[in-house]
Design a protein. Structure first.
Length: 388
């Protein structure tokens, strides 16, 4: 720290009152006065007497600092003011694994967050998703569907009479984007070409539709308003299969396109590519969020209940029962592309956590709300680039 910086800090210290300063003085000065009253008058210089009084007061203040909560606050206050301002802490998001980017949403919009700790606000989106290779992001902004780069440059937009929501960019070539307008399922070309926006189905539920990876053509599964599922060819509009069942909350395909995970209120169902049931696993509590492992053989599921919010590891193949991975209020979670890490947003502690396959915390990213500006609130994880 330079001498000039030290002088400025000393000046600020003199100008600002200590927390609890008045209370500490009220307690310490009677002790000092009593001590001085017991002493016989001495022919000492006035300066010496003042020094003794100051020392006694500082000793009393020291006791206050050591023994009271207000004293701890004083210690923190002094530490804050004499801390080295020339060594800023690393950005909160610098703890992300290298080479990967996260899509986050809070009350102020969508953000692309990179592993070097940098980030970019993409727009005032209420929902957003990555393109297949992470080159673009599609977002819903009121009556507009918008495509932007991770640097925030707008590429195209589509305006609709009613509110748009739940966008999803097709896998593979990324030639089509599906989205909902009110309760209608629509699709538009991936380059936003005018005239390509079209209606696919009416009476869709407010669930993000799921594109099947590695399919011949563009196969899309969506949840119907009545509670069932329908798979269709988005190019021709033909129905491929239908299935009745409980109302879906989330849909997600495995990376190879052979398994579809369907989250309902109290279970995870696993279907094959033709819509046939492979397995259903009940979860102990109301299900809220789903993150299917890229293999399709397990899923991380957020459930609520009397015991609080938990993240469960739900096996979808072979034997086994759901086991707890994490306890806490989680707002968004996503697997890494290789399936080795699970990223979850822990609202209670204002942290993002990177968990290993065994559920142990590998990295903790602190103070994520302040990093993006506290006015937007806590950022939830909406996607980890790039999808399989």
């Amino acid at each position: 720290m330079s001498p000039a910086t030290e002088d400025r800090l000393r000046s600020r210290l003199r100008e600002q009152p200590l927390p609890g300063e008045g209370e500490a003085a009220a307690r310490s000065w009677p002790v000092v006065e009593a001590a001085l009253a017991e002493r016989a008058p001495a022919a000492r210089p006035r300066r010496t007497v003042l020094r003794l009084a100051l020392v006694a007061a500082l000793l009393c203040a020291g006791l206050v600092a050591a023994l009271t909560p207000a004293g701890a606050e004083v210690g923190d206050w002094i530490g804050d003011r004499f801390a080295d301002r020339g060594a800023p802490s690393a950005p909160a998001f610098a703890g992300l694994p290298a080479g990967r980017s996260v899509l986050a949403l809070n009350a102020s919009g969508a953000y692309a967050i990179h592993a070097d700790g940098s980030w970019r606000r993409l727009g005032g989106f209420t929902a957003a998703g990555w393109s297949p290779h992470g080159w673009h992001v599609v977002g819903a902004d009121g009556h507009r569907l918008v495509a932007v780069t991770p640097a925030g440059t707008q590429k195209w937009s589509v305006a609709r009479p009613r509110r748009v929501h739940h966008p999803a960019w097709s896998t593979g070539d990324g030639f089509v984007v599906a989205y909902l307008e009110a309760d209608s399922l629509r699709a538009v070309a991936g380059d936003g070409e005018p005239g390509t926006d079209r209606l696919l189905r009416r009476h869709a539920a407010s669930v993000t539709p799921a594109w099947r990876p590695r399919a011949a053509g563009h196969v899309l599964v969506y949840a119907t308003a009545r509670g069932g599922l329908e798979a269709l060819d988005a190019d021709s509009g033909l129905t491929l299969w239908r299935r009745s069942g409980p109302r879906s909350r989330e849909l997600e395909w495995s990376r190879d396109g052979r398994r579809l995970a369907v989250l309902s209120a109290h279970a995870v169902a696993l279907l094959d590519a033709r819509g046939r049931m492979l397995r259903t696993v009940a979860v102990p509590g109301p299900a809220r969020q789903l993150a299917l492992h890229p293999s399709g053989r397990r899923a991380a599921v957020v459930v609520g209940g009397a015991g609080g919010t938990r993240v469960l590891d739900v096996p979808l193949s072979g034997a086994g029962r759901p086991r707890r991975l994490f306890q806490g209020d989680v707002a968004g979670l996503a697997w890494s592309r290789d399936g080795r890490r699970l990223l979850l947003a822990w609202r209670d502690a204002d942290q993002w956590l990177v968990l290993g396959r065994d559920g142990r915390v590998r990295r903790a990213l602190h103070g994520v709300s302040a990093e993006l500006g506290s006015a937007g609130g806590f950022p939830r994880v909406a996607g980890w680039c790039c999808p399989g």
